[in-house]
Structure formats: C-alpha cells, structure tokens
Ligand binder design. Structure first.
Ligand code: GLU
Length: 306
C-alpha cells in the first residue's frame, strides 16, 4: 500500500512536469527518434510477487542496453568466471561506445555494460548456443510472464543499418583475438537483444531474480547462483549507468541499468525490482525523468543502500 501511494505521488509529480525535463529522445536511428518524449511509467515487482505501477504502463518500448544484463546472465550461466578473461569488471569512465579505450586496453572491454563488453559477451553466447535469439526470447517471455514478448524488427534493422561504430568495436576486438564469430552475425543478435520490446511492469518482473538472490520470483527457478547474483548487482552498482554510474550511486544508491530507449531498472536487494521509463535522455544517455523518479522513490522510502 505504501509503495503504491508513493508511485502514485511520483507519477503525478513527474507527469505534471514532463515537458520541463532536460534532454532529447535518442536520435541515432530514425525508429527511436520518432518516440513521443512526454511519456512516463514506473513499476515495482516485489520478492513476494506483488506488482505496483503508475503512468504509461501499457506502452511498449525497446529495452536497449538493459538487455546487456540478460546477455551477461545467460553468459555467466554458461561460462562462469571464465567469461572474465574476455571482458573486465571496471567502470569505464568513457562513453559507452568508446573506441579509444578499447584500442588502449588491447581489445578487452572494461565491463559487460558498455557496448564493446556486451558485444563480446554476445559473441561468447553465440559460440555456445545454436539459436541465441530464440533462447533469449524464450528466457524473456518466461521471466516477464508474457509469451508475446518480441523483437521490434524496425528498430533492430535500423540499428543494423547504422552499425558502423559497433562493428568497428567488434573488428577491433577481433584484431586482438578477442572475437570468435562473424562480426555481422553477432551484431544481428546483439541488436535483436537491444530491440526486445516490453512494458514497464514486464521489465520489473523480468529482473525479479536480481532482487531475490538469483531466483526468479514467479517460477522460483534459480537463474544465477547467490554469489553470481551478488557479483552482478555489484557490477551494476559500479557500471550500470554508463559513465554516470557515480552520480546514480550518489543520488539513488542502488544497483541499476539504463538503456537509450529511456528505461532504467534498479534493484533493492531482498525487497524488489523497480523499473522506470521515460524516453527523454540526458547527456549521458540516461532517462532524465526516470532518474528523477528513482531518486524521489529512494528518498521517500529511505531505500538508499548505505
Ligand atoms: N542498441 C544501442 C547501441 O548499441 C544500445 C545503446 C544503449 O542503450 O546504450 O548503440
């Protein structure tokens, strides 16, 4: 009841000033540039299985970089600690699509939440799964509780047509022997993951395992070991919000992951997953209204972890 009341207050507050938040919707591909900026949704999924929500929760959006958490989860299931030979665990401090850092660090991306890190993780998955896209969709449909979850093909294709920088990163990693498969084939898989479409309630549900010691709340099935789940949350805390992870840690105080579709997922371990969505992004690529909403939420319910 308390959670719903706070969500209602925040939704009312944010909706009354949506036009005033700084930023622009992502414009690097036409399919994202045409999304209406004045939208907002917020949802909470508790470890007891309760859902609370407010705003435009029926609206679908592409999860973009939030998918990197799922990619990492599937790769950790298959590789465990071996994965860290190909991708690091440190905050990047540079833009999520930086090429210079990758060159400097000899083709090993700083972490799995920047583009190069997620692409190399996709490459690792591609080597172990005969149908990675199918497997990811099955996983997301099961975790979200919606069998109709799908990839927005318009967004995915548009990303592929504008793939030059991501392709450059993959080729650079290949030049350092940190790539195993055909670059374009792996990129198709990566862009498909980014273009998975869902609403805010489904997003909170999908990541319930992160708040629940690695166990999916609805099915009670283990997704990650307790230890892997703690480690993943730690990495989200230090690197989940691009190169603004420090600001998020300071203002909101939870592990989280954002995407350029305007979604942010945050985790209060042992209690719930909270998802927000609003498409206007600040200069770091994080949803402006989403950040504000999460900060309010953390303040009103004293959720800051420290
Ligand atoms: N599909 C986007 C890209 O690879 C994801 C960006 C993001 O959400 O950070 O450029």
């Amino acid at each position: 009841m308390q959670i719903q009341k706070v969500i209602d207050e925040i939704t009312h507050d944010v909706q009354s000033k949506l036009a005033n938040f700084d930023g622009e919707v992502a414009s690097y591909i036409p399919a994202l540039a045409s999304v209406r900026p004045d939208q907002f949704a917020m949802a909470v999924h508790t470890v007891e299985g309760e859902t609370f929500y407010g705003g435009d929760c029926e609206k679908l959006f592409t999860i973009q970089s939030v998918s990197k958490v799922l990619t990492l989860t599937l790769a950790l299931q298959r590789y465990g600690n071996e994965l860290w030979q190909r991708v690091g665990k440190e905050p990047s401090g540079t833009a999520f699509n930086s090429l210079t850092q990758l060159e400097f660090e000899q083709g090993k991306p700083r972490n799995p939440f920047i583009n190069a890190g997620a692409i190399v993780t996709c490459d690792a998955l591609y080597s172990r799964l005969s149908a990675p896209t199918h497997h990811m969709l099955e996983t997301v449909r099961w975790l979200s509780g919606n069998q109709r979850i799908n990839i927005n093909q318009l967004v995915s294709r548009s990303e592929y047509q504008h793939r030059h920088r991501n392709a450059a990163m993959a080729h650079l990693m290949a030049s350092f022997n940190n790539f195993e498969n055909e670059v374009d084939e792996v990129l198709k898989v990566y862009f498909g993951f980014c273009a998975i479409e869902m609403n805010c309630v489904e997003l909170a549900k999908t990541f319930s395992y992160l708040a629940n010691k690695g166990v999916d709340v609805a099915s009670q099935q283990r997704i990650l070991s307790t230890k892997q789940n703690s480690q993943l949350n730690s990495l989200l805390f230090t690197s989940g919000l691009y190169d603004a992870a420090g600001d998020f840690a300071y203002r909101v105080g939870m592990p989280g992951k954002s995407g350029v579709g305007g979604a942010i997922v945050a985790i209060v371990p042992g209690q719930f997953t909270v998802a927000v969505w609003s498409p206007k992004l600040n200069s770091y690529g994080n949803s402006s209204a989403g950040l504000y909403a999460l900060e309010q939420f953390a303040n009103k319910l004293s959720l800051h972890l420290f």
